[in-house]
Design a binder for this molecule. Structure first.
Ligand code: GCU
Length: 411
């Protein structure tokens, strides 16, 4: 995703640590009314809900109502995928409301000799067929962002892009470690453009509504919703251990995995890979991407109320470490990349650190130190963190670490 035109805000992007404003880190364990939280019970009864509602009404937006799976269809299945290593399934979920239907397809690779497999669930950017060379994977007919190097023109996915993103999905490593992989093309749940007439939003409008209300869901919340509904399906699939589903996501889809993990406690673990602004990174640092920039370039991602804080981060009564804290006590992995300064690696690290105090309430360990680890020296705890060499991407190194952490804290 390249920045084509330089808006004045973008040219002001701060990459200088000495120019990070001093700010007070909102205390996860102090209620908005100033009461100190000391127990799990008080956290779960008072503080967690009030923080959750703040993020829901002012950041990602509320989902107007529950909509359950209407039906699902196993479109295709093969017990000898990946050189006989895996069972492949392509399962279509279908939703109906307002006389409209939404369908999206989950591609599943499950380790063959496992009765009920734990799974990593994550969206892909350009279709399920891009994550593997496997010819049997269907090509989505949903709208896609054009991408010259993947041969995507006229917003249409074709055979040209098959396997183009295998580098981001360590499928064999995942299978060999005894996990399944479930992936969905995010554009099937909501096309990633500033248009609210399509995708899941349109199924849940009230009469005459054609845009979410200021406190209603943007695209990130819509994508998160799609992950939650996938877990509903997993609960019905005898090959999957639905109590061991790990939400994974990169970048905008890492913002999505975090919000999914917060919304639904059935996610047994959550991974944020380079999620940056509006994800794991702290907004008040104003380092790299800022709220004004993200809300200007991607006006459909968050709810409209979030605009209140454009160039006005001081006014935010919360910050993203409190979002991470809402995942406690479940295992959480925050990862950054050295060359991904746009996503503010230090802001992602500090967020994991400041969230850790809530994990302490549950006697779990997280990022205890305020000193960032060296590159490629991960810190593994219930809350884990690493910064690796390289750019904004998902690499085998990332997956090796996610698997190690999942083995120790989720499995
Ligand atoms: C843009 C955007 C980021 C986002 C990224 C991505 O760079 O500014 O916030 O994380 O796209 O999704 O790749």
């Amino acid at each position: 995703f390249f920045i084509l035109s330089m808006s004045p805000l973008l040219s002001q992007t701060n990459y200088d640590e000495s120019k990070v404003p001093s700010f007070e880190v909102p205390d996860p364990l102090m209620t908005f009314k100033g009461k100190k939280i000391k127990t799990v019970k008080k956290w779960e009864k008072t503080r967690r809900p009030e923080l959750f509602h703040f993020f829901e009404n002012n950041v990602y937006g509320k989902i107007p109502k529950t909509l359950k799976i209407d039906s699902y269809t196993i479109l295709e299945q093969d017990d000898n995928a990946f050189n006989g290593k895996a069972k492949r399934k392509q399962v279509e979920l279908s939703f109906k409301n307002n006389g409209k239907t939404l369908r999206y397809t989950i591609l599943l690779y499950l380790p063959k000799n496992k009765v009920k497999a734990p799974v990593f669930l994550g969206y892909n950017f350009y279709g399920n067929h891009t994550i593997t060379e496997d010819k049997a994977v269907f090509i989505s007919s949903a709208w896609a962002n054009n991408n010259e190097s993947f041969g995507i023109e006229n917003n249409t996915l074709t055979e040209v892009s098959r396997g183009k993103r295998t580098n981001r999905w360590a499928v064999e490593k995942i299978l060999d470690a005894g996990y399944g992989l479930a992936t969905i093309y995010y554009g099937e749940v909501d096309p990633d453009k500033n248009d609210f007439t399509d995708g899941i939003h349109s199924l849940l409008y009230q009469q005459d509504q054609n845009h979410p209300k200021p406190d209603e869901w943007g695209s990130i919340a819509a994508w998160s919703w799609g992950m939650v509904r996938a877990v509903d399906y997993f609960e019905k699939d005898p090959d999957i251990d639905a109590s061991k589903v790990i939400a994974f996501g990169h970048s905008r889809l890492g913002k999505t995995s975090l919000w999914a993990g917060v919304m639904d406690k059935r996610f047994a673990g959550v991974i944020s890979n380079d999620s940056g602004c509006g994800g794991a990174a702290m907004s008040k640092r104003k380092f790299g991407e800022t709220l004004a920039v993200i809300n200007d370039r991607f006006p459909h991602w968050f709810c409209d109320n979030f605009n209140e804080y454009n160039e006005n981060e001081e006014a935010l009564p919360v910050d993203q470490h409190q979002l991470l804290a809402l995942i406690a006590p479940r295992p959480l992995y925050v990862a950054s990349a050295q060359e991904d300064q746009w996503a503010d690696p230090r802001g992602e690290f500090l967020s994991a650190h400041y969230a850790t105090q809530v994990y302490h309430l549950y006697d779990k360990e997280g990022i205890e130190t305020m000193e960032m680890p060296k590159v490629n020296e991960p810190i593994h705890n219930t809350v884990s963190y690493h910064i690796r060499t390289g750019k904004h991407d998902v690499t085998d190194y990332d997956w090796e670490n996610y698997i190690k952490w999942a083995n120790a804290y989720v499995k």
